[in-house]
Each structure stands twice: as C-alpha cells, then as structure tokens.
Design a protein around this ligand. Structure first.
Ligand SMILES: Nc1ncnc2c1ncn2[C@@H]1O[C@H](COP(=O)(O)OP(=O)(O)OP(=O)(O)O)[C@@H](O)[C@H]1O
Ligand SMILES: [Mg+2]
Length: 502
C-alpha cells in the first residue's frame, strides 16, 4: 500500500509560469467576456485608463453575479474539471480563464460581484503571494470598507455595481505586460494601440452576439462608453456574396454545421468595402474555415492543412459551428484561440472544400470567360497546349495584319521578331504577384479619345475597302480590341459620327 502526501504547488512559481501561456491582451479580454456572456449579461463595459503610467482595466457586466461562495470557488485555479459537461450556452471549459487571462496581463486581479444585492469581493495579488504572511494560496477577501479606500476601484464600483442587483467587475491593476519592452515615452500610445486592436478583435470574435440572428439575444459591448460594431467576416449583406448550400456533419450524435461563403470579387464592391473585408493579412491569408463554438469565434482563416492556401480560393470563407459538447474532440485550448478538427471528420471537411472550391474559382473564371465572350477579336490570345498556357498576340488582328501588309518586305521579319519578343518577355511572375496581392490596383493603360479615334479610322478604312457594309461596322468594332475594352469612348465616337450602336 502506498502512502500519500499533500504536495501543494508553489503558488508564485505556478502563476508566474501560467502568465506565459501565450495570451495577447485581445485574447485575454475575450476570455473574460466569455464569462460575462455565459453569466447572461446584456451589457459588457470595458473601462480602462493609462493613469499616468499605472494603467488599470475593468470589465463590468450585468450578468448573474456571484455569491460569496461562488466567487471564492471562481477564484480557484481549476474551478471546474474540463471533463465535466457544461450547459449548452457555457463558453467556459477549463475553470482557468478568468485567472490565466488576467495574470497574462496584470499582477493584481480583484473581482467584485453582486448577487441579489449582496456584494462580495476577492483578490489575487501576485506581489503579495510571496510575502511572509501570505505564502501559499491565500485568497484575499476584501470588504466594502476596503473597496471604498481604493480610489479607482471605488469609482468604478460607484459608476456601475452600485446601480445593479446582479453584476460583476473584473479589475486589473499593475498591468505590466502592455509596457514590457516598450520605451517609456511610447508606452501610453502603445497601450492605446493595444486597446484599438482589442476592439477589432472583439468586433470579430463576438460579432454574432453584437449583431445576433433573429431570435437570439443581443449583447452590447462598449469600450470606455463607445459601442462596438459587429464585424461579420462573410459580408452576407452584400448581394454579390454567394451563400452556398449548408452542410451538416453528425459526430457522436452532435451536429456540426458548415456554411460556405464566396465573398464578392473586387469588381463587385467598392474599394473601401473590398479592403474592409480583406481582414488583417489580406484575402489570401484569411481564406478558410472560421470555427465558432457556441457562436463565439475560436479560430479563423485556416484549412487545417487539408489544402494549401491558394490565390484562386482566396474569396472562400467557411463558417463551422461546433457545440461545446464536442470540445474534447476539437482540441480547444485554454485561450479559446485554437481548435483542430477530429480525424473522423477531416474527410468530410475535405469534401466540403472540394465542392466549394469549384464555386470560388467560378467567380474568377466567369470573369475571364466573360471577357473572352465579349471580345471576338482580341489582341491577346490565350492558348492552352500540352498542359501549358501561353499568351500570344493575335496575328489575325486587323492592326497586326495591317502593319505586316504595309511594312516594306525587308522589315517584315523585324516586326515579327518584335512581336515574338513582346510575347516571350511578358512579365508573368510580376503580373501574378500584383494580381495576387493588389488586384484592384492592376489596370491596363487607357487609350485617349484622340488616339482611339485615329485607330478607329484605320480600321474603318481597311474594312470598308474590303467590302464591309457601313451598318456592320459598329458591331464589328465593338467586339474587336482595343475598342471592345474601351466600349464607352468607342460608342461615343461612333454615335457622334451618326452610327447606330444599339
Ligand atoms: N462575470 C462573471 N459573472 C458570473 N460568474 C462568473 C463571471 N466570471 C467568472 N464567473 C464564474 O467563475 C467561474 C470560473 O471562471 P473561469 O473563466 O476561470 O473558468 P471557466 O469559465 O469555468 O472556464 P474557462 O477556463 O474555459 O474559461 C466560471 O465558471 C463562473 O462560474
Ligand atoms: Mg471562462
């Protein structure tokens, strides 16, 4: 028979280590807000101040609040076993978030909670845990008189909890992480920039709470009184966004819902809207699955290594909704910023990708096709031969024919060589790179009206001399490049000359 001894971890060493779990300030605040939402809050208010270099931050919610015993339990590291099942709306899992998220950013966490009018307050102060009279895991129980003496906490309390019967304040002081490795003179602006990033992060992560589907509860989140606006990465309100067929995958009796979207091509939306939905890192980077656990975004823009991120798929984003009952299979992490699909559904996800890839690519193909259809006599021909694709100048184009017919015989070879030189030195890599990264800025140089008119005369003369009736000229011109690609100016010139372009 074995003997057992109690081997309590050293609180200071353990918490110091847990501080480095990899939270950013955005993911830490999101983890705190998870608790507010789980507690049924309608309003979550984030307040912060730089406070002359001693910043503080408070997350205040009007959720259920906690009794003294509930609060003491909540302050425990590992307040709940991750293997225990949770109610379906619970955004928590590990019994750690409130503590680990807070200590990732600050050294002093105070929680004030009010339930049915009763106030309770507890604190973990990392700098005090190592002091002689406080060694071990001694939780600070704070009374109202002490709250009253702590100026900032007291004013946050007066502005919020004092007015509710049920509410909670998560209060961070001694926020050291936001200042680390930042020169003193830049710390304040750096802190403010972090809060700006946090705003964007929360607008995305909680967009389905900020702007809920019909029948779902709305949660209002503010930062220093300024309300957050939902950012839906699928841009579903734009009519040019394609919502493809929803698919359901059943696993252990639970349903995973997969909803693919193809975002609008840059030609279908304004420049501002295109940029807005590109997201940090651009469209190429942000293609992929967006996994939501109880409608809270966990991970975004990944194909889970099932396929590579490709230029042709860059407009595809797939919403995946998983219930919290499948957490154990999705390898959800404490920070709620990572998930990985179980082996058993990877194949189904691969099939989902295959189906939607076709639609995503169509957005590009259709455009290419349309261009080909409209222009019967292009300047450039696309030739697919033996698994390769070439772009060649169309030797049958009127202008090329005209040039080759009119140059003196001894210069004909020179002109032909010049054309071949253009073709073989087409800057494929540079062009691809630009189209991939800044498609909206890539344009063909435009013809001036005067130059186009000179060319138009050359075409008309040449066609008329070979017997083309005047009535057929507009249609012929408008389907020949460069006129086909400059429809508006060409029509204007033709109409001014009395041609009927309809
Ligand atoms: N704002 C709040 N309002 C009411 N109860 C809260 C609030 N914040 C935390 N709690 C309580 O404290 C408990 C511990 O929270 P904590 O974030 O540490 O763990 P969790 O949410 O259970 O799991 P996870 O580690 O996945 O976040 C919660 O389960 C909840 O009961
Ligand atoms: Mg939590």
């Amino acid at each position: 028979m074995s003997n057992y001894i109690d081997l309590v971890p050293s609180s200071v060493s353990l918490i110091e280590s847990l501080r480095n779990m990899g939270y950013s300030i955005e993911t830490a605040i999101a983890d705190i807000i998870d608790n507010s939402i789980t507690a049924g809050a309608d309003y979550v208010n984030i307040r912060f101040a730089w406070n002359s270099g001693d910043p503080w931050l408070a997350v205040i919610d009007d959720g259920s609040g906690m009794t003294k015993n509930e609060l003491i339990d909540a302050m425990r590291f590992g307040s709940m076993n991750p293997l225990e099942s949770r109610t379906i709306h619970d955004l928590g899992r590990f019994g750690l978030g409130m503590k680990t998220a807070s200590f990732s950013q600050c050294r002093h966490l105070t929680v004030v909670s009010k339930k049915d009018g009763q106030i309770s307050c507890c604190e973990w102060n990392l700098d005090k845990l190592s002091q002689a009279d406080n060694i071990g895991w001694k939780l600070g129980i704070v009374d109202l008189a002490t709250i009253r003496k702590r100026n900032i906490l007291n004013s946050v309390y007066d502005e919020s909890l004092a007015h509710f019967d049920n509410a909670t304040i998560i209060f961070w002081e001694n926020i050291d992480r936001a200042k680390e490795q930042v020169p003193l003179a830049k710390q304040e602006s750096h802190f403010n920039a972090l809060i700006d990033d946090t705003r964007k992060h929360l607008e995305l992560v909680f967009h389905r709470y900020l702007s809920p589907d019909p029948g779902r509860k709305k949660v209002t989140i503010t930062i220093n009184g300024d309300e957050l606006t939902a950012f839906n990465p699928f841009n579903p309100r734009n009519l040019a966004t394609q919502e493809l067929a929803e698919q359901k995958i059943v696993l252990e009796g639970e349903t995973i819902t997969v909803q693919p979207y193809v975002l609008p091509h840059h030609n279908k939306v304004s420049r501002q809207e295109y940029d807005q939905y590109s997201g940090e890192g651009g469209y190429l980077h942000n293609q992929g699955f967006y996994v939501y656990r109880n409608r809270r975004l966990i991970i975004k823009g990944t194909w889970f290594r099932l396929i590579k991120k490709e230029e042709l798929n860059k407009l595809i984003r797939v919403r995946v909704d998983i219930p919290n009952s499948l957490d154990h299979l999705w390898k959800i992490d404490v920070k709620k910023s990572h998930a990985y699909p179980p082996e058993s559904i990877k194949n189904e996800l691969r099939q989902v990708i295959r189906k939607i890839e076709i639609s995503g690519r169509k957005v590009y193909r259709q455009r290419g096709q349309r261009l080909l259809n409209n222009i019967k006599t292009p300047v450039w021909n696309r030739i697919a031969l033996g698994g390769k694709i070439f772009y060649q100048i169309n030797r049958e184009h009127q202008l090329v024919k005209e040039l080759l017919n009119t140059v003196p015989a001894q210069q004909k070879a020179l002109v032909e060589n010049l054309i071949t030189t253009f073709e073989s030195s087409f800057p494929v890599d540079m062009f691809f790179n630009d189209i991939a990264s800044i498609p909206e800025q890539v344009e063909s140089p435009k013809f001036s009206e005067k130059d186009l008119e000179i060319l138009l005369d050359i075409f008309i003369q040449s066609w008329v001399s070979t017997g083309t009736p005047q009535s057929e000229l507009p249609e012929k011109l408008l389907s020949t490049d460069p006129f086909a690609s400059n429809q508006d100016i060409t029509r204007k010139i033709l109409e001014q000359r009395g041609y009927d372009c309809e």
